[in-house]
Ligand binder design. Structure first.
Ligand SMILES: NC(=O)c1ccc[n+]([C@@H]2O[C@H](COP(=O)([O-])OP(=O)(O)OC[C@H]3O[C@@H](n4cnc5c(N)ncnc54)[C@H](O)[C@@H]3O)[C@@H](O)[C@H]2O)c1
Length: 345
């Protein structure tokens, strides 16, 4: 594992900065440059970086030694730069959600596969050690047969969060609101633990803010295993509480809050969780409150998958599952009916 990967970042906003921090913490990755097609934005961003921020695609994509690009553009603008990067033979590490519709996600996944470039999608919360412990225990049957899985992402964003952004809360740029932008992380974890969805009944609302997408949502999920589950999500729920994932099985239950296990109760067994230690940061009320360490852990996994030829923890198809669930909830709310899976837009 001596190879050092040359990395470029596309987009120069909030999450690009976290990726730059994550990359600089890795011994096998080197940030070579960033890309923003808008010369004024590129120039403005230059102050934050010691590597060039470039507005000419040809120049950026031909940086000597560039292996991987990290796509940090607005969610509905992932596909276009991804297709250009695929054409240039670059591996792709894309921020969540992979794209805002299943059709756009599929085009991206198929194009990457055809060209033989690696595709990873950022769901950094999978790399929380406590989530990994929970997931392993579920897969080993520690909690027995799963009965119920609940995800609650009852968050708050200020009016300024939406009014100061060109794309957040818009259908084209964000694909919706609280579910597809914020709750998707916890829905990804819910699906990883609970397995395939059989059907969903959902309700979304734009309750507080003048946005196109939802700032409130709830759903009832039937899993293929026979287990049931609930989802609640919002960016209108003051003051915003740490996101929760609750798992109940025939032998016991566990609760993960902001990436930390806060409950673990299995019949006749001692709880393995530590109550001391720092509580992981949550974006419950402040989108910038997240650290870069989990991003760095996922970078390690993704670069490792390029070296070994194995699948990364989250490839395109895995990342599509939470998007499919969210699109199913949107459709259910629109049609006021139960949606069966697999769901097609
Ligand atoms: N994993 C996480 O926890 C996390 C957190 C925040 C955001 N995100 C995701 O990261 C993405 C970006 O979010 P953000 O908060 O950084 O947004 P942002 O608005 O702060 O930044 C977006 C950047 O993209 C640039 N841009 C727009 N169109 C472009 C194009 N065609 N090519 C290159 N650059 C372009 C903008 O100038 C801006 O610099 C979104 O998909 C979002 O869902 C993930």
């Amino acid at each position: 594992m001596n190879r050092v990967f040359g990395i470029g970042i596309i987009g120069t906003g909030a999450i690009a900065l976290k990726h730059a921090q994550a990359i600089s913490s890795l011994s096998n990755a080197k940030l070579l440059g960033l890309f923003n097609p808008n010369p004024t934005s590129a120039q403005k961003a230059q102050g934050n970086y010691s590597v060039p921020v470039i507005s000419d695609w040809e120049k950026f994509s031909k940086i000597p030694g560039l292996d991987v690009v990290c796509i940090c553009t607005p969610s509905g603008l992932h596909l276009d730069p991804a297709l250009k990067a695929i054409e240039a033979g670059l591996h792709l590490f894309i921020e969540k959600p992979i794209e805002v519709t299943l059709r756009r996600a599929d085009e991206l996944i198929q194009s990457a596969e055809q060209k033989g470039v690696k595709l990873g999608v950022v769901f950094q919360n999978r790399f929380s050690p406590d989530f990994q412990m929970l997931n392993t225990a579920v897969k080993q049957g520690e909690f027995g047969k799963l009965l119920m899985g609940n995800a609650a992402v009852n968050w708050f964003r200020s009016a300024e969060y939406y009014s100061s952004s060109q794309w957040k809360g818009t259908l084209k740029g964000d694909g919706g609101g609280a579910l597809i932008n914020q709750a998707i992380h916890t829905l990804d974890l819910l699906l990883e633990v609970m397995g395939e969805v059989d059907s969903v009944f959902g309700k979304i609302k734009t309750a507080l803010y003048p946005i196109e997408g939802e700032d409130l949502g709830a759903a009832l999920v039937n899993f293929k295993s026979g287990a049931i589950g609930t989802i609640t999500a919002g960016t209108s729920l003051f003051p915003g509480y740490p996101e929760r994932l609750e798992i109940f099985g025939t032998e016991g239950s566990a609760i993960l809050e902001a990436g930390k296990l806060v409950q673990w109760n299995v019949k006749g067994k001692e709880s393995p969780i530590r109550t001391e230690g720092t509580v992981q940061t949550s974006g419950s009320s402040d989108p910038n409150a997240i650290g870069f360490e989990l991003h760095a852990a996922q970078w390690r996994d993704f670069l490792g998958s390029i070296e070994t030829g194995n699948l990364p923890e989250v490839d395109g198809l895995k990342s599509r599952k939470s998007l499919e669930l969210i699109q199913g909830i949107y459709q259910s709310s629109k049609d006021e009916k139960l949606i069966r899976f697999p769901f097609e837009e």
